[in-house]
Design a protein around this ligand. Structure first.
Ligand code: FES
Ligand SMILES: [Fe+2]
Length: 445
């Protein structure tokens, strides 16, 4: 810097500048808040991003095994305790902060790989033998142990799902959680579906794509005719057939819903799509109480640009569940699921969300009337993010979550090896399914 420049620089009243910046910032915030309050829909959905998430299917969480995953970048572990109750803990040993990645489960108690501390179902340390020298703890063993406690999230197993009440702040005492939105509000039964009457099949898929973009994809009816035109077994879903619909969108305090009816009235209803915050999408035909087909999609925000989806198809062809099951050909259905997800993934992986990009502005894209459902979802997401800011709780950088990034993902669509082994497994099961009845018929003859 030259002498002249230095003089000029020193003469600048930086305090004034910074207070001007502060007041500008303040103005911007006020302006933003004003805009937000004006764009905020009058019948705003209740519940922000923090809340109940179906994070796994029950059957995928076996006893004596630790399941590492993350939510909003926060490393977590799921496991079953000695009573087979599922626990969700922060992947951090409260002694010296080790991960439980190489830890063990002994009699339903989790054991830290660093110094062998063991924790009860309630998260209390039950073994500190290797944490302190025995002469210190001889008389005070229990007092020392009590001070060391796992960090947990409320966890409930219901209808074959593991639900977690995620708040971004794991606590040592589960009673300290103030559960603002009861789990019942998230359950599909509370919307009128008679779930016990159905048979279902499900798959879990991990995407290296943004969580919100995947939800948006599942709320978007338009792409299914083009992207899945050759895969979804419905004569109206085809690249070559143009079908017109009437769309009715409702936005209530617990859901956004869009109903699509064929314009040709004799054909009736095509489909209804429902968004239940924070991460559930339900797609069905007919009325909730009597629908023969209900698809439930749960979206789990693992980390930035990584998300898990559990898709479950409920079917009710006949009253008898066994016959329904026989007709379902679950393995064939799995193949359809995987193909549909792979088709979506080709698009989703290009639609990344990041801080620079922010929300897609109205100027960037031209939303049509048919995109109203997506627009309403954005409205919800934007106001929910302002309230809860979940990614800010556990920001990532190149060093954080490195271990979890290497974790094996559940059938990622981009993993060709897994896709091939999955296809082999499906064909194998299908062959058994067909050959056993044929063999039985031969035996009888
Ligand atoms: S860090 Fe876990 S026992 Fe020490
Ligand atoms: Fe799709």
């Amino acid at each position: 810097m030259s002498q002249e420049e230095l003089k000029q620089f020193n003469s600048l009243d930086l305090s004034k500048e910074s207070s001007r910046n502060d007041s500008l910032q303040q103005e911007n915030i006020q302006q933003l808040t004003k805009e937000q309050s004006t764009v905020r829909p009058s019948n705003q959905l209740q519940g922000g991003l923090l809340g109940w998430y179906a994070t796994s299917s029950s059957r995928s969480i076996k006893t004596n095994k630790l399941y590492h995953f993350s939510m909003y970048n926060e490393p977590l572990v799921l496991y079953r305790d000695k009573d087979s109750i599922v626990r969700c803990i922060k992947d951090l040993c409260p002694h010296r902060g080790a991960s439980f990645l190489d830890g063990a489960l002994e009699g339903g108690e989790i054991v830290c790989p660093y110094h062998g501390a063991r924790y009860s179902s309630k998260g209390q340390c039950t073994n500190i033998d290797r944490i302190t020298c025995s002469h210190i703890v001889d008389t005070n063993y229990d007092n020392y142990a009590k001070k060391i406690h796992l960090y947990q999230y409320p966890c409930v197993e219901k209808n074959g799902y593991i639900y977690i009440y995620y708040t971004g702040k794991a606590k040592t005492n589960l009673n300290e959680f103030e559960i603002k939105s009861p789990l019942e509000n998230t359950l599909v039964e509370s919307y009128g579906y008679k779930i016990p009457e159905y048979e279902f099949e499900e798959v879990t898929v991990d995407f290296k794509a943004d969580w919100a973009r995947i939800i948006e994809n599942h709320l978007d009816i338009l792409h299914i005719f083009w992207v899945h035109g050759d895969t979804i077994p419905d004569k109206d879903v085809s690249r070559n057939v143009i079908t017109s619909f009437n769309q009715v969108i409702t936005r209530e305090h617990r859901q956004i819903q869009s109903k699509y009816n064929h314009k040709d009235k004799s054909k009736g209803e095509f489909i209804t799509i429902k968004f239940i915050p924070p991460g559930r999408v339900v797609i069905y035909k007919g009325q909730e109480e009597s629908s023969r087909y209900v698809q439930v999609l749960d979206h789990i925000p693992l980390a930035e640009n990584r998300a898990r989806v559990i898709v479950r198809h409920y079917r009710k062809f006949m009253k008898n569940k066994i016959i329904t099951n026989l007709f379902l050909f679950k393995n064939l259905q799995h193949r359809v699921f995987y193909k549909v997800f792979s088709e979506d993934y080709n698009i989703l992986k290009t639609q990344t969300f990041n801080q620079q990009m922010g929300y897609v502005e109205k100027d960037n894209v031209k939303l049509l009337g048919e995109d109203k459902m997506v627009q309403y979802y954005w409205d919800w997401l934007q106001s929910a993010l302002i309230k809860d800011k979940p990614w800010e709780l556990h920001p990532t950088n190149e060093h954080t979550n490195a271990i979890h990034k290497e974790m094996e993902m559940e059938y990622p669509p981009e993993n060709p090896k897994l896709a091939i082994s999955n296809r082999r497994e499906i064909l194998y099961k299908l062959a058994i399914r067909v050959l056993i009845p044929i063999g039985l018929i031969f035996l009888i003859i």
